[in-house]
Structures are given as C-alpha cells and as structure tokens.
Design a binder for this molecule. Structure first.
Ligand code: AMP
Ligand code: ZN
Length: 508
C-alpha cells in the first residue's frame, strides 16, 4: 500500500511548526516512537490522554492504509524528579518510600499501565522497549557522542555539551540558554542546558540500580534511552515521534541533540514531532509529581466505564487543552451510551453480518489488515453512506480532527435515509479509526458497578420486577416507593429503555 486512501493526510510537525503532508519514509510501513511512562506510580488520566492520542494516530495511519511499527518505551531508570539534572531518581525514591525493590516497583506499575491501556482499547505497541534492557546500548551510544567531542566529564558524570550541536532547542522555540526552566544546578556545567548522559554514583553511595561504565558506576541520564531505543528499533530516520507537550521543551530537545551528535547529521531522528496538549483540571496541571491526580482505576471505581474516558479524549483536538471535570466525564459516558444504544438497535435489525469476525482482526498488531477490512466492509455502499465516509476521512486527514469525526459516526448510526445494514457497516469502518469498540460493547456493558455500591444486582432486578408488577396493577404509589428506595441505594430506574432498565448513579 503506497498511496493513502482518501484525502492526503496532513499532520502538524512541532519542529517546523507547520502542517505538512505525511508520507512514510518506507512506503510499506510507518514507524512511530512514543515516549512511554516512568513506572514509579500509577499513570494518571493526563498521562493516559497521551496514549489515547498515539493510539488514534496509529489507527488513522492504519485507516489510510499504512501498517505501523510502533514502539513505546518503559522508563524504569534514570528519570529524576526534575527534568533538569537535579532531585532524586523517581524510581529509587518510590522504592524507598514503599520499602520495595525498584524491580518490584517497575514490574507492578508496568502491569498497571498495560491494564489501563487495555481498558481504553489502546492497542499494544509492536515493541515495548524497557530502558534497563538497553543499558549497554546506551553506554555505547554515549561513547560515540563522546568520540564526536560533544560531551565532557565532571565529578558527577558525563554531560552533553549543547553548544556542540546546531540549533539546540529549536523544537522548544528557543535557543540554548533560553530554554525554559533551565538553571545550572550542577557544578561545572558549561552551558545551563547541558544535561547528563551518565550520572556517576557519588563516592560511598550505592544505588539499587547501577551499572559499570567508562565514566564509573552509575546510571544513564533519562534522555538517552529514547534516542537509543528509537534508533535501534526504527532506524536513525523514522516517521513520527510523539509525546506530551511538556516533552517539547527539554526531553525532546535533548533527544534531538543526542541524535545529531551521534549521527553527525542535522536531522532530528523523526520526520514529524507530534505533541499532545495537556489534560488540565481547574487547579492547574494534573501532574502526578504534585499528587492529587485521578487514575483510571479511581474513576472506574466510581462507576465510569473506561471507554467514556476514551470518548472524552476524542472529543477534543489533541493539540488543544482538555478540561477535565466530573461533569465532562459524565457527559462523555452519556454520549457513549447513546451511541452504543444506537448501534445495538441497528444490530438488532440486521443481525450479525458476515464480515463481523474481520473487525476483531483489526485489533491485531501492526494493522496491516485495515485496508482489506475497509475494502470488504465498505464495498458497494450507497452514495449517501459513501459521502459520510469521505467527510469522516477528511476530518481525520486534517491533522486528526477527531472532534469533527465523532458527530459523523453518530450520524452514521442513526441516519434514517441510510439502510440499517449500511449504517452498521459505516459504524464498523469508522470505529476502526476511533477504537471505541462499538461492535463488541452493548449498552448494558457500560453499566459499571461503583466500588461503594451496596445493593446486589439480583436484589435490584427483583425490586425492578416488583415495580413493574405494581405499575401493571396501576399501583403508582408502590411503584414510586420502590423507585425512591432504589435511588437511595444509588440506582437509577429508567422507564421504557429496553433491556437497560436501570443503571448506577454516578457519584463523581
Ligand atoms: P511520564 O510518565 O511522566 O513520563 O508521562 C507519560 C506521558 O504523559 C508523557 O508523554 C507526558 O508528556 C504525558 N503527560 C503528562 N501529564 C499529562 C497531562 N496532564 N495531559 C496529557 N499528557 C500528559
Ligand atoms: Zn522519551
């Protein structure tokens, strides 16, 4: 597949600050690297927005016809509590706080992160690359930078000399010393923006995680791993590098500098640098370092189905801030419920189509089957249905304008002018790109039991049956009494809503 289907895909590149037509370097495979989590704590909802974004990007690339080789790293070493070279190592600090080994902490939070991604229907990357599996690669990479004369040694380790690369900080929109938030905390640094490639353990200090190196025992600087692992798995030049907007200022500037020093080329590594904006709450950034963040598990515990959070993310453009509030989350759940119900009703009319098993296929790995699935599912659609697909494709192609694509799938599910069988096909093909799992989710599946619920499902069903009997006997006082009793238990009764006769009330 060398030609994209539909409109040309336009993507915003943070480095050139321009929206450009995307085409992969290798026409048969797009290569994408996403900065992964530092596994010292649970991911918060803001972090997860970054991965809903990368998954959407990846699905859109697939939708356009390109399989995607996608790498996400797991940072289990090296990330300090500050992006500059100061503060404790986040992993060491978490291990000390919880009285566990770093390896334990890393394994536990890596599993939790993967579970969050699965709950959000985010597809597994083709490669998970773990920083501590690549220490020797990092040492070799740093040696090469040293051989190119772009580093210097201090007592505290090996530092990158940012004056040795052209245009340092271009990605951040600043040069060298101007880079935001930089102070020379480390004695002897030549330029404030210089950063550690290797942090030598202080005399007498024994870190839980340390390795021998030409610069003494210690641990790699955080920025090194992404240069090393992206190059190892995707090549010196690959298509897209993603991360949250905070990484644009320091982490990615440093990655680019390392790549330039290593290769001796001014190229940055990635052809497109793409950054998602932040999920924000009223109090400011939901930074997990500041505490007080919400996790996916905590909102699930309150009765919110995780796909409602995915939908909330999709309702804002990835380059806009997204205001997080309980109301917004509840509204996303309602919106998802309506869409799922509409799909369920279409399905009730047309039954299971022959192509249904194909949809599950799309969830597999690189997404090479997308083009085939689309061609089968979309074959012979009528003109009004095909027009909706074109509009949907145009929205996605305009730098992933997903907020404009969402109303189109809603329209597709309900458009009276389009036969039900075609509506189901529209939903299926569009959902390949949106990942809301609409063909495998029923309205009743969205009913998420809150952790503090007291009533059992059997008890509720029994009360509902009694209430129906009371209504049939026109005993409305009794029917109201039962409804109020259920409401006191956090259960909402819906009249005339088919199978879904009750739901949990949200207590966000
Ligand atoms: P970390 O585990 O801190 O390295 O963060 C993982 C990812 O989440 C990175 O790509 C960050 O840029 C991103 N990120 C952190 N906070 C937010 C936020 N509030 N909204 C969106 N993305 C975020
Ligand atoms: Zn990174």
């Amino acid at each position: 597949m060398t030609q994209p289907t539909g409109a040309p895909l336009m993507l915003f590149d943070s480095l050139t600050r321009s929206t450009r037509t995307f085409a992969p370097i290798d026409p048969d495979m797009a290569r994408v690297y996403s900065c992964g989590p530092t596994v010292y704590d649970f991911a918060h909802l803001g972090n997860l927005r970054a991965y809903v974004f990368t998954d959407t990007l990846r699905r859109v690339l697939n939708w356009k016809g390109w399989p995607v080789n996608h790498v996400i790293n797991i940072t289990d070493v090296g990330h300090l509590t500050s992006d500059a070279d100061a503060g404790d190592d986040k992993m060491e600090a978490a291990a000390a706080r919880q009285n566990r080994t770093i390896w334990d902490i890393a394994a536990f939070y890596t599993d939790a992160f993967k579970a969050d991604l699965a709950a959000l229907n985010i597809r597994t990357p083709t490669i998970w690359s773990v920083a501590t599996d690549h220490i020797q690669d990092m040492i070799a990479f740093a040696r090469e930078i040293e051989a190119h004369g772009a580093s210097y040694e201090l007592d505290s380790g090996l530092y990158f000399d940012t004056s040795k690369v052209p245009d340092y900080g271009r990605l951040a929109g600043a040069r060298g010393d101007e880079v935001v938030g930089r102070i020379a905390e480390v004695e002897g640094k030549r330029n404030p923006a210089d950063f550690a490639l290797w942090r030598r353990s202080a005399d007498g200090e024994q870190r839980q995680m340390e390795w021998l190196s030409p610069w003494g025992p210690g641990a790699p600087g955080w920025h090194l791993e992404c240069s090393v692992m992206s190059m190892k798995y995707l090549g010196a030049q690959f298509d897209i590098h993603t991360g949250g907007i905070d990484h644009r200022e320091i982490h990615h500037c440093n990655e680019i500098a390392q790549n330039q020093a290593f290769t001796g080329s001014e190229k940055s590594g990635a052809n497109f640098w793409m950054h998602n904006n932040f999920l924000v709450d009223r109090g400011g950034k939901m930074s997990k370092s500041k505490g007080g963040f919400a996790t996916l598990a905590s909102v699930i515990a309150k009765g919110v189905h995780p796909l409602a959070y995915r939908l909330l993310c999709l309702s804002a453009h990835y380059r806009s801030e997204l205001e997080f509030s309980p109301e917004a989350l509840a509204a996303a759940l309602t919106r998802l419920g309506r869409l799922v119900l509409a799909v369920e009703q279409v399905r009730a009319q047309v039954g299971d189509p022959d192509w249904l098993p194909l949809v599950a296929e799309s969830e597999k790995s690189k997404g090479a089957a997308f083009a085939y699935q689309r061609s089968v599912i979309e074959a012979g659609l009528s003109a009004p249905a095909a027009k909706l697909i074109d509009q949907f494709d145009e929205a996605l192609s305009a730098d992933l304008m997903v907020p404009q694509a969402l109303p189109l799938i809603e329209q597709a599910a309900t458009a009276k002018a389009i036969p039900a069988e075609e509506r189901l096909r529209l939903v299926a093909t569009m959902d390949l790109a949106l990942g809301l799992n609409l063909l495998a989710t029923r309205r009743i599946d969205l009913r998420q039991r809150p952790d503090d619920a007291t009533a059992s499902e059997d008890e509720i069903e029994a009360a509902i049956a009694e209430r129906q009997a009371a209504r049939a006997a026109k005993d409305f006082a009794e029917s109201d009494r039962i409804r109020d009793e259920l409401a006191a238990k956090g259960v909402q009764v819906m009249d005339g809503a088919g199978d879904m006769r009750w739901d949990w009330m949200l207590s966000l």
